[in-house]
Design a protein around this ligand. Sequence first.
Ligand SMILES: C[S@@+](CC[C@H](N)C(=O)[O-])C[C@H]1O[C@@H](n2cnc3c(N)ncnc32)[C@H](O)[C@@H]1O
Length: 250
Amino acid sequence: MDIEAAYRQFLEARFEAYAQSLRFSELRKGVQALSTFYVQERRRLGGSKIFSSLGKRAAFELYYAPRHFYLIREILQGLGTPTPPGRLLDLGCGNGICSAAWASLLPRTPRIMARDISAHAIAQAKVLYRSLGLKANVARASLLKTPEVRAGDMLVLGFVVNELADAERQSLKRLLLNRSRKGMGFLLVEPLAKSPSRWWEEWVEAFPKEKIRQDMWKFEVDLPAAVLDLGEAAGLRPRHLGARSLYVKL
Ligand SMILES: C[S@@+](CC[C@H](N)C(=O)[O-])C[C@H]1O[C@@H](n2cnc3c(N)ncnc32)[C@H](O)[C@@H]1O
């Protein structure tokens, strides 16, 4: 079975599992609470705040993670589906969605390394990779403690860089600059904000022009029906996906 089909099945099973302990109205409230977080506290979500209750954890896994999965696939296709010859490192991996989405587009499954500061996220990522048949080295660590990368490795940073404090973000930029000189590439994805973050412009300037590409994306995507129902019940527009990305090629 392909990875995308396996992910749909996985998601169905997770909807059923959460239904044992949460009513649909609680799930909907969890989605609304996270949506408020994203809109009002975008600058500093503070790492694991989004996983602070069962309702929010469920909302993230059943609503935001699937949207990120399909969004990352669309973005990668828009970038010509880059195929990393080395490993895929998923930093701030959350449930492991971004690397799983990338793997779902590749002819051969990549070796994945995933890091996150949240114990909950790490546990979730392990379950996801196992369910999709992906081999992954998953550990709890800050993205600033990224393992030594080799030429040909690709990093994916989904919706995490905006969450960092300024000093952490500066350190990460230096780290990525250093690693990209050694033959590593990365894809960074963040929400479409009304006005671009100041750090975004600095990052675009920092990387060599011939290597970096920035994009703004908007897609209308057919998500699994249960995800659409949940988003619509929460008063959101679940079909509409948008993001900005920075891609530094190998
Ligand atoms: C909004 S979630 C995104 C998760 C996933 N990348 C996705 O796109 O669905 C942000 C994640 O970054 C993690 N995170 C925040 N600060 C981090 C840090 N300094 N090092 C590693 N992970 C971090 C959080 O724990 C959370 O799982």
